[in-house]
Design a binder for this molecule. Structure first.
Ligand SMILES: Nc1nc2c(c(=O)[nH]1)N[C@H]1C(S)=C(S)[C@@H](COP(=O)(O)OP(=O)(O)OC[C@H]3O[C@@H](n4cnc5c(=O)[nH]c(N)nc54)[C@H](O)[C@@H]3O)O[C@H]1N2
Ligand SMILES: Nc1nc2c(c(=O)[nH]1)N[C@H]1C(S)=C(S)[C@@H](COP(=O)(O)OP(=O)(O)OC[C@H]3O[C@@H](n4cnc5c(=O)[nH]c(N)nc54)[C@H](O)[C@@H]3O)O[C@H]1N2
Ligand code: SF4
Ligand SMILES: [Mo]
Length: 858
């Protein structure tokens, strides 16, 4: 902010014209100019002065990014311009009835929407020609402004040419905003698969325990029952940075109510600062080993005097723990207890064994095991630890530990993911929008390539379809819209190579020159949610946000659906199937179908009262209806929040019914129980074709984990990449979104974080520019040395936009996926928290990135 004010002074602008910076005019208005460097579109001083004296109105403005949170953001609009922003003040804030308050990113949203770097016109890469032209210039070529007609014609013509020559399989679509429909109607497109996000929870959780009632397989409690926990173990979870919205606040209520917090993480994060009673530093990707060490203590020290294992729960509700409780057909020797004891492999998984791998002292592992096993109810919240290679074994062990200690299905106990809206507030939604009315179109191309193999598939023409099933594919075209594929998938160094060597045609629809737009041939400027008709955002279970259009489309930006339809027209497709129902009608359908739970916690009623006049004003077809809140009031407030209290009927604990009566509420698994021995999971993993895992939670060395920092693990000789790196979700961004905002860049520098002693050993001091090299690529960044980081471990925030120094080949922005290789293991998820690196001092200076020129093309 200080910097922004200085800049304001530099421009010798009065307070009023500074206000003008935060305003914008609609497309084509002559008074609008952009100020490179200050980040915002500017209006002239007279206009700004008049705005300050005029009445405006607050409009609910979408904050629609994938940050885990959903908060109420409002924009004050005067004469079509955004003058300021605010957050939730629809009711007074209290722990029981919290406001849905926006964070710094939400409050900075206008710098994104109104940024001087918004894409203004369709454009073409100067040295592109049908067939690719000078492909090697992708990402560094000049841009040529073209008309919409020319752009749309070019896209359609080239898509047809590629389809005719190579077939639909050669077109990869990373699309979800309308072009998915166009490309489906055009004969289909190749897609990708694999979890980037919830790691191995996605498949492993439901395979072991059957599908969960709460989103994201969160085995938790709602926020009131969360307060019943005596102990909360945050194991690779950093709500203060990465669970947007109120989760940290809810945890604070649990702390106030008496919960002890143990924090197991390589980094002493802000969450640890606020919540932790104890921090246990650990090496990334080794958590399963520590869990096995804990299981060993519980098994060997359990006694009638000090019971550590909930045998009743294990016997009634699980299979696979010991030889006497195996699922049908399983080898009795392949049970968890005997694996832990080392009965057949000769290696007891003692705390000492675990300690050598995970770095936590054996005494601490034992202590934690005893505390966890004897404290009920306890929550074990585990996020990032399942985003490593081979992390299926981590999920297996988390669920097993919770079953052993009986910390499942009891109010205040849990074991599972705690991310996004359900973090610290699990349970099915209490208010939901209706369906949009949009049907699904069939994509005739069945090729789906695992995300970790996508760039090698482009370059080598092969991908793994399943076990012993390698398929050939000849990819020539990529079409991108609202994903950040090149930036956000591991293996981006190879991704850049694929763009520069092989692809003939790359198109992106975007509102800023994000990484994939930069590496494209044709870029089509699209509107943001602030410029569209409106829509809904769901987040935590208690609320539904309805946002509205804030401003008219800027410059020549067009709606994604308009673009998809226009291309469809040129491809001779039935465009009704692309653009109908209209966005307006979709919003209406969701509104009319919205429902909210009644006080009994069982029955539902319509949320919104809609009149004939409302229907007319929206320009849609539909029937009037009666609900709990009128449409004008809902639109004005922008939010409906279910008011809750400690003894209401909306309390939730995952597995509660099952624990009480496993016969009446069986799990949807082959044994109808929770499967500590889960053959389904092991078979599934084997069939993917990369790695084999055990049906029980064994520890396998992860690819590029701690063990791989050694060239000789037994002799403890370090190798070429002696440090571990993992990639944290960072405050500056929602993934790659917001990375371009100078305000946020200044507030949250993209620093490479490492332990002070490690840094000193390398001759580094705070702020030095370092070169970080992995087996897959290299980046440069300023270093932040801190005792808060575990020795041997480093981290860099994920999501920075790739910025290549073309002379050195180094990525100067510190994009983590330049460093991380796409290594398929297990279920094909991203193992982004296991990577090995080396660090050295870099001898050239690096300008602070908030001072970098913005990507302003025209
Ligand atoms: N600001 C911001 N918030 C976000 C997002 C964002 O991009 N920006 N993205 C959202 C999305 S889509 C997701 S999926 C969630 C992710 O949410 P999380 O998974 O909770 O977030 P991370 O930052 O990846 O990691 C959480 C903590 O795990 C620790 N950690 C990492 N690896 C390991 C490990 O191997 N072992 C242990 N014990 N700890 C480890 C990290 O130090 C960090 O403190 O965040 C959401 N929230
Ligand atoms: N190494 C590493 N990689 C990671 C992670 C990690 O921890 N480490 N985290 C992973 C996780 S958890 C996730 S969920 C993924 C997220 O991966 P992505 O979902 O691919 O990432 P975002 O940055 O959210 O990308 C969204 C893109 O859509 C664009 N966009 C937004 N709205 C619109 C619109 O209306 N129209 C169009 N055309 N474009 C729009 C934005 O500008 C942005 O470029 O990243 C993963 N990648
Ligand atoms: S937490 Fe997420 S939804 Fe909420 S204001 Fe911040 S960026 Fe927007
Ligand atoms: Mo995610």
């Amino acid at each position: 902010m200080a910097n922004l004010i200085n800049k304001a002074k530099d421009y010798m602008l009065s307070r009023r014209s500074f206000l003008g910076w935060t305003a914008t005019l609609t497309a084509g208005t002559a008074a609008m100019v952009t100020l490179p460097g200050c980040g915002l579109v500017k209006v002239d001083a007279d206009k700004a002065a008049s705005l300050a004296t005029q009445e405006g109105k607050w409009v609910t403005a979408a904050c629609w990014h994938n940050c885990g949170g959903r908060c109420l953001n409002k924009a004050y609009v005067v004469d079509g311009m955004v003058v300021r922003q605010k957050s939730d003040d629809t009711h007074p804030d209290s722990p029981d009835y919290p406001q849905q308050r926006a964070c710094w990113r939400g409050h900075s949203q206008r710098q994104q929407i109104l940024g001087a770097d918004r894409l203004k016109y369709p454009m073409k890469r100067k040295n592109w020609a049908p067939g690719g032209g000078q492909k090697e210039l992708r990402g560094k070529d000049e841009w040529v402004r073209i008309s919409w007609d020319e752009a749309l014609d070019l896209v359609a013509t080239e898509l047809k040419r590629i389809k005719d020559k190579y077939g639909n399989r050669s077109i990869v679509g990373q699309v979800n905003q309308g072009m998915d429909r166009t490309l489906s109607l055009f004969g289909g497109f190749t897609t990708t698969w694999g979890s980037t996000s919830y790691g191995t929870w996605v498949d492993a959780g439901p395979a072991i325990a059957g599908p969960y009632a709460s989103s994201y397989n969160n085995t938790g409690n709602d926020r009131f029952r969360q307060r019943m926990a005596k102990l909360i173990i945050l194991w690779g979870a950093n709500p203060a940075w990465s669970q947007g919205g109120s989760p940290t606040y809810h945890y604070m209520q649990a702390k106030k109510a008496g919960a002890k917090f143990i924090y197991i993480d390589p980094f002493f994060t802000d969450s640890a600062r606020i919540l932790a009673d104890e921090w246990i530093p650990i090496r990334p990707a080794t958590d399963a080993a520590m869990m096995l060490g804990m299981a060993y203590v519980m098994i060997t020290e359990d006694s009638s005097i000090r019971p550590l294992i909930d045998w009743d729960f294990l016997n009634r509700c699980t299979v696979g723990f010991d030889a006497g409780h195996m699922p049908e057909g399983a080898d009795p020797k392949e049970n968890y207890k005997d694996y832990v004891l080392g009965t057949y492999d000769g290696q007891p998984k003692t705390p000492e064994w675990a300690s050598e791998i995970c770095g936590v002292p054996a005494t601490k592992i034992r202590e934690l095991a005893l505390e966890y096993a004897s404290t009920k109810p306890t929550c074990l919240v585990a996020n990032a630890i399942t985003r490593t290679h081979r992390a299926e074994q981590t999920v297996q062990n988390i669920i097993t530990l919770a079953c052993m200690t009986g910390n499942i299905g009891i109010p205040g106990a849990s074991a599972g993911l705690g991310t996004h809206g359900s973090c610290a507030n699990a349970g099915p939604a209490l208010v939901t929008p209706g369906p949009t009315g949009l049907d699904t179109l069939k994509n005739a191309v069945t090729d789906k390539i695992n995300q970790n193999e996508i760039w090698s598939a482009v370059l080598d023409g092969k991908y793994t379809a399943s076990l012993n099933n390698i398929k050939n594919i000849d990819i020539r075209c990529f079409y991108y819209d609202a994903v950040s594929f090149l930036n956000q998938k591991m293996g981006a160094t190879k991704g850049v190579e694929a763009h520069r060597k092989k692809l003939e045609f790359v198109v992106t629809q975007a509102y800023v020159l994000n990484t994939q737009a930069k590496f494209s041939d044709i870029v089509l400027p699209c509107t943001t949610q602030w410029e569209k008709f409106g829509g809904f955002l769901t987040g935590n279970r208690e609320m539904l946000i309805m946002f509205s259009k804030v401003i008219d489309p800027l410059f020549e930006a067009k709606d994604d659906i308009w673009i998809a339809t226009e291309i469809g027209k040129r491809l001779g497709l039935d465009t009704k199937k692309i653009s109908s129902p209209s966005l307006q009608q979709q919003v209406f359908n969701q509104l009319a179908g919205a429902k909210v739970i009644k006080e009994d916690g069982k029955t539902w009623e319509k949320l919104v009262t809609i009149t004939d006049a409302d229907i007319k004003a929206m320009g849609v077809t539909g029937q009037p209806q009666t609900g709990r809140i009128s449409y004008p009031e809902f639109k004005e407030k922008g939010i409906y929040q279910v008011q809750r209290g400690p003894n209401d009927n909306f309390g939730f604990t995952e597995f509660e019914d099952y624990r009480k009566d496993p016969d009446k509420f069986p799990r949807d698994t082959p044994s109808k129980k929770i499967e500590i021995h889960c053959q389904t999971l092991a078979d599934k993993i084997k069939n993917y074709g990369w790695t084999e895992m055990s049906p029980i939670g064994k520890y396998f060395k992860p690819e590029e984990g701690y063990e791989d920092t050694f060239k000789d693990w037994a002799g403890k000789v370090k190798g070429d990449y002696p440090l571990q790196m993992y990639t944290i979700h960072y405050r500056r961004r929602s993934h790659s979104i917001f990375d371009n905002l100078p305000w946020l860049r200044e507030a949250f520098p993209q620093e490479f974080i490492m332990n002070t002693t490690d840094g000193k050993q390398l001759g580094l001091t705070e702020g030095d520019i370092v070169k970080i090299t992995s087996r897959h690529g290299a980046v440069i960044r300023p270093v932040h040395l801190t005792e808060r980081m575990t020795p041997g471990v480093t981290t860099l925030g994920e999501g920075a936009w790739i910025e290549l120094d073309e002379e050195t080949g180094l990525c100067t922005s510190g994009t983590v996926n330049i460093l991380e290789g796409g290594i398929p293991t297990g279920q094909g998820h991203m193992g982004s928290n296991s990577c090995n690196i080396k660090v050295e001092k870099y001898d050239k200076p690096l300008l602070a990135d908030y001072k970098w020129p913005q990507r302003i093309v025209f």
